[in-house]
Design a binder for this molecule. Structure first.
Ligand SMILES: C[S@@+](CC[C@H](N)C(=O)[O-])C[C@H]1O[C@@H](n2cnc3c(N)ncnc32)[C@H](O)[C@@H]1O
Length: 237
């Protein structure tokens, strides 16, 4: 991860470079992608890239053929690394963060500008709230969420939003990377309650089982997991 520039507004531009397979195996003509993320040097959530974002962005990069031409929504996007990777790989992207956190919505827009994706819509979607912004979304193929399961009090609200979107888009999938911060935390009962099912994806399946990823040391030694959430049964579709 390069820190390219730092200006007077406490903005640092970080570069993340995604390569084909292992970085050390990449040949000069292998596909690669560089994404710039302006981070605000401020300790608030949503102002900088969280370790999970690099892992989820790597998953998107390794599944770029799946997202090409598809519509992808990122929830709680903050500085939006996974969503921007999806857009750079040909997805029609919609970015979102809490409607009550306009500075986080500004961060989404700032990352779009840094990557020449100014036409990407940025909408305020607050988890657990069925607001007009949610109802006005286009049909979705994939929903992304990086490090959204960090406050247990929000877990049900997130799954309410995901469940609502998956019922409207029954073939869609929710791709999420989360950090294991406590062995006491579980979303299993909530998944059941909201008629959702999840599949764990081992990090080695998409070459993310490394402490350095996308030219970044961000994954580090964090215990990050990747899972795919879908509607549980077709009878509710
Ligand atoms: C831990 S940060 C992760 C940011 C980003 N996804 C990443 O991984 O770099 C959590 C994000 O969720 C957003 N958020 C927090 N509460 C929210 C809510 N109730 N509804 C929607 N987004 C929320 C925050 O603004 C922040 O961007």
């Amino acid at each position: 991860m390069d820190i390219q520039e730092k200006d007077d507004c406490n903005v640092a531009l970080k570069l993340f470079r995604f390569e084909e397979k292992h970085e050390e195996d990449a040949t000069s003509d292998a596909p690669s992608l560089t994404v710039s993320v302006p981070e605000i040097l401020d300790p608030q959530y949503g102002m900088y890239v969280w370790p999970c974002a690099v892992v989820l962005a790597q998953y998107v990069w390794m599944h770029r053929d799946h997202v090409h031409g598809k519509t992808v929504l990122e929830l709680g996007a903050g500085v939006s690394l996974p969503g921007i990777v999806a857009a750079k790989c040909g997805a029609n992207l919609v970015l979102s963060d809490s409607a009550e956190l306009p500075h986080c919505l500004d961060n989404c827009r700032r990352t779009c500008e840094a990557n020449e994706l100014c036409s990407v819509p940025v909408v305020g979607i607050t988890w657990g709230r069925i607001a007009p912004e949610l109802l006005l979304l286009p049909p979705l193929d994939f929903i992304l969420g990086s490090d959204v399961f960090y406050e247990p009090k929000d877990f049900e609200d997130i799954l309410v939003t995901v469940s609502f979107l998956l019922r409207r888009n029954p073939e869609a999938q929710f791709w999420t990377a989360y950090q294991e911060r406590s062995s006491d935390w579980s979303i299993e009962a909530l998944l059941h309650k909201w008629n959702l099912t999840c599949t764990d994806v081992p990090l080695e399946n998409f070459h993310a089982d490394k402490q350095h990823l996308a030219s970044s040391a961000l994954p580090g030694t964090h215990t990050i997991q990747m899972m795919i959430v879908c509607l549980k049964d077709t009878t509710s579709r």
